[in-house]
Design a protein around this ligand. Structure first.
Ligand code: ACO
Length: 430
């Protein structure tokens, strides 16, 4: 049965069709609302606003479900590799053996960045935040491949651009770390897996060969997979927003990286570790942290807790819990911050403030501790998130690009400022 919604305004009725999604989610279609009634909708933070139809990722925030292209995150985290997941998100299906082999080859062939870009790393102050470096270099990558700016009718060009970005992002991340500690760059090696290559570029040096621990390699693979997409989040919506003006993929991804940087979004993983370190070093108690988080006069929030969509346990955080059991059951991998995090979670989940507001640990609460076990420094944590999220951004950019219904994204506003005023000469101004 076709459902409809009616709005009566100034004696006129506006009738809207109800759009129903695959999982029976409903939307009220307001495409003609302004034309027919003169009204616009007002929705700070877009809490009730659907910006697109999408076939990439399904999230049920009440039940704690996350699926990429229909596949549950738990299955992908256990069985897939990150390049396979990237392919799935971007192209829509799991790759065949031949497709995966070809994709791996492209990743290997496109792992280096132009040598001219290496100056950029070396000229940045060591204190430069790696997210700023990453966003700048990703945008600059486009400058070295302007032929990719127009991908219309050029078979294979998009695939090359995808492989280049997915492969080079880890090279850029590792090089920015090496530059910040004043060590020579370690180049990607053809016979390594995606994750092993990254860890090797981060931690090997000419004086100290690095042996990649298979447990850490697997953990990195899982972390990247759980971050790979999350439908219309802030950074992905930014990629779509910028891409809607037909800006090129590099510029759109660069904008997404900047959006991810903020502590309310991907920057939360760095903020969580900073909070845990503060508890460890300053003697501040877990109870005091929670009191600050609950105090409405204090801007401090408990980072890694709460989510716009999840009002139950974030399924990604559950996957990471399993990973932690494996890693921290080894004697060599102990971290006092884990005990502090567990105590924080325990106390928050039994506190009325957090219970009433349905605030649970999100993916960022434990990811930092896992990355720390690999030796990733705190200021690189959001970069790790960006490496993981890249396939999702690309998938959404492509979906928007291919969608005949796409339009330039351009919200409206309700103007609340001064009515018309007229120019005053300087001596007339009060
Ligand atoms: N600590 C303390 N209070 C919180 C927290 C938190 N982490 N999160 C939400 N609240 C409170 C809010 O103050 C608000 O309280 P009120 O109703 O008394 O005013 C209520 O819970 C609802 O929160 P909102 O901020 O309105 O919810 P929103 O959907 O806008 O926020 C957000 C979601 C931004 C993620 C929020 O929970 C937050 O700031 N969390 C901490 C930062 C964080 O972990 N971000 C990562 C999110 S996951 C990701 O991006 C990958």
């Amino acid at each position: 049965m076709d459902e409809k919604i009616s709005i009566v305004y100034q004696g006129k009725t506006y009738e809207s069709p109800v759009i129903t999604g695959t999982k029976n989610e409903k939307a009220f279609d307001i495409a003609n609302l302004r034309k027919e009634t003169g009204l616009i909708t007002m929705d700070y933070g877009y809490q009730n606003t659907g910006s697109t139809k999408s076939s990439i990722t399904f999230v049920d925030g009440e039940k704690g479900i996350l699926r990429y292209r229909g596949y549950p995150i738990e299955e992908l985290a256990e069985k897939a590799t990150f390049p396979e997941t990237a392919w799935l998100l971007i192209y829509g299906d799991l790759p065949t053996e031949d497709q995966l082999t070809a994709f791996r080859r492209l990743l290997t062939e496109n792992s280096l960045i132009h040598e001219n870009l290496l100056h950029f790393f070396r000229e940045m102050p060591p204190s430069a935040h790696p997210m700023g470096i990453l966003s700048s270099i990703v945008n600059a990558l486009g400058l070295f491949s302007p032929r990719f700016y127009d991908t219309e009718n050029q078979a294979g060009e998009f695939d090359l651009m995808v492989a280049g970005l997915v492969s080079k992002i880890r090279t850029i991340a590792a090089f920015s770390y090496k530059a910040s500690i004043g060590e020579p760059f370690a180049y990607p090696e053809a016979d390594r897996s995606y994750c092993s290559n990254f860890l090797n570029m981060m931690f090997s040096s000419h004086t100290k060969p690095f042996v990649v621990n298979p447990l850490m390699e697997k953990a990195l693979n899982t972390l990247l997979i759980v971050h790979a997409d999350h439908e219309q989040n802030c950074s992905t919506s930014t990629v779509r927003m910028v891409g809607s003006s037909q800006a090129n993929l590099y510029a759109s991804i660069c904008a997404g990286i900047c959006a991810l940087w903020g502590p309310l979004h991907g920057g939360a993983n760095q903020a969580v570790l900073e909070t845990l370190l503060r508890v460890q070093k300053s003697g501040m108690t877990v109870k005091q942290v929670l009191e600050r988080a609950k105090d409405k006069t204090d801007p401090f929030k408990l980072s890694g807790f709460g989510h716009r969509v999840y009002k139950s346990y974030d399924p990604r955080a559950k996957v990471l819990q399993g990973l932690m059991e494996k890693i921290f059951s080894h004697e060599d991998n102990q971290d006092p911050l884990l005990d502090i995090a567990r105590e924080l979670e325990h106390q928050a989940l039994s506190d009325d403030y957090f219970i009433e507001r349905k605030l649970y640990p999100n993916v960022d609460f434990y990811s930092g501790i896992l990355y720390r076990a690999m030796g990733i420094p705190t200021n690189m944590l959001t970069v790790m998130f960006a490496i993981g999220r890249l396939p999702g951004w690309i998938a959404h950019w492509k979906e928007m690009h291919d969608d005949p219904c796409s339009k330039l994204n351009r919200p409206r506003q309700i103007y609340m400022g001064e009515k018309e005023r007229h120019w005053l000469d300087r001596e007339e101004r009060a």
